[in-house]
Design a protein around this ligand. Structure first.
Ligand SMILES: NC(=O)c1ccc[n+]([C@@H]2O[C@H](COP(=O)([O-])OP(=O)(O)OC[C@H]3O[C@@H](n4cnc5c(N)ncnc54)[C@H](OP(=O)(O)O)[C@@H]3O)[C@@H](O)[C@H]2O)c1
Ligand SMILES: O=P(O)(O)OC[C@H](O)CO
Length: 314
């Protein structure tokens, strides 16, 4: 059996002390690495945490990524530092993924995407989980794999960073729909249909942007879709579930613990789908529900009564 406790401790700077930043910091710390965490209200400055960092791990919500990346641009980042992004969203103005923002800001540094079925509350409890680290740089991905692998956290490498990142991002919208499905008590058949057709929709969007189909059938796609669509721990699922129980989006977000990225991702996807004529019927109904244009029952009827068609278009 591999001994995963590090004999070569690395300096890890974690940006974002929310649920996932704290979770990733604990995993790296338990593996014997030197970890310092930055957040807007924390006691360290950005310059202090990134000084001498071997790895800079961002678990900042999408809305803060570019702002923090820009602040870092003015600091002395070690040339060999590897950036790791664990954010699951899309920047509305540019449609960039978080890794694209990091790579654009730091073109000569390696960027690694970390994404998978990783509900932070389960990880905090020490329950076993697996994830994927993906990069154009094999060496960087393997370094990140080594830093985070433990007896409770199994890390796989992957060479399709865009597919891995989009899997974690796109499933959030389907998770909102799944919450609605469970909130309306539509049953197991309906849930299976929703998740399966949701995956088809994820593959369609992902392929359009250049991600590989097979990546969506791995941990960062199907794996994360299953976790998020079936767990009340997911904030995205909670948004849908509570809407099906009659709450408004504003009420839900006011009391939600943490970020539900699917709400913004849904808007970005709808804009893109309209402009480029991509069929994403589940996302469209989630969008209309979030906008207050349909009730959960109307969204269901719209999906069930769409024009009949083959399962796959050849
Ligand atoms: N929680 C999970 O289970 C999980 C698992 C995998 C991936 N993720 C992804 O990780 C990301 C963070 O999720 P989370 O659960 O940790 O959310 P969270 O608990 O709400 O934390 C969000 C973090 O983002 C920071 N942030 C937000 N806006 C910022 C800004 N403008 N400038 C600087 N920092 C800003 C917050 O900083 P402050 O503390 O200073 O407000 C906080 O540290 C999301 O993209 C999520 O999809 C989450
Ligand atoms: O709580 P959510 O809905 O942001 O989901 C958290 C993670 O993405 C699950 O892998």
């Amino acid at each position: 059996m591999t001994n995963l406790k590090s004999t070569n401790p690395k300096s890890i700077a974690v940006l974002g002390a929310g649920a996932w930043g704290s979770g990733l910091a604990s995993i790296a710390e338990a593996n014997g690495h030197r970890v310092s965490i930055w957040s807007r209200n924390g006691s360290y400055t950005l310059a202090e945490v990134v000084e001498n960092a071997d790895m800079i791990v961002s678990a900042i919500s999408t809305k803060g990524v570019r702002e923090v990346a820009t602040q870092l641009q003015g600091l002395a980042i070690p040339p060999k530092a590897v950036f790791v992004t664990a954010t699951k969203g899309l920047e509305p103005e540019t449609i960039s993924t978080p890794s694209q923002i990091w790579q654009e800001t730091f073109p000569s540094h390696a960027v690694v995407v970390l994404s998978g079925p990783n509900l932070s509350k389960e990880i905090q409890l020490g329950l076993p989980a697996a994830t994927v680290v993906a990069s154009r740089s094999k060496d960087a991905a393997e370094l990140v794999q080594l830093v985070f692998s433990s007896s409770r956290f199994r890390v796989y490498t992957n060479s399709d960073p865009l597919g891995v990142e989009l899997g974690g991002t796109l499933k959030n919208v389907i998770a909102i729909a799944s919450g609605v499905c469970d909130g309306l008590q539509l049953g197991t058949n309906a849930k299976a249909a929703l998740v399966t057709r949701g995956l088809t929709e994820m593959v369609r969007i992902g392929n359009f942007w250049g991600a590989k189909t097979e990546t969506f059938y791995g941990l960062s796609g199907l794996g994360d879709l299953l976790a998020t669509c079936n767990s009340p721990l997911s904030r995205n699922y909670q948004v849908g579930y509570q809407m099906a129980c009659g709450k408004t989006l504003t009420e839900i977000l006011a009391h939600l613990e943490g970020t539900a990225e699917g709400v913004n991702t849904c808007q970005v996807l709808m804009q893109q789908a309209k402009q480029r004529n991509i069929s994403i019927p589940i996302t469209e109904q989630v969008y209309r529900l979030l906008q207050g244009e349909v009730t959960p029952r109307q969204a269901l009827d719209e999906l069930m009564l769409r024009e009949i068609k083959p399962e796959y278009s050849y």
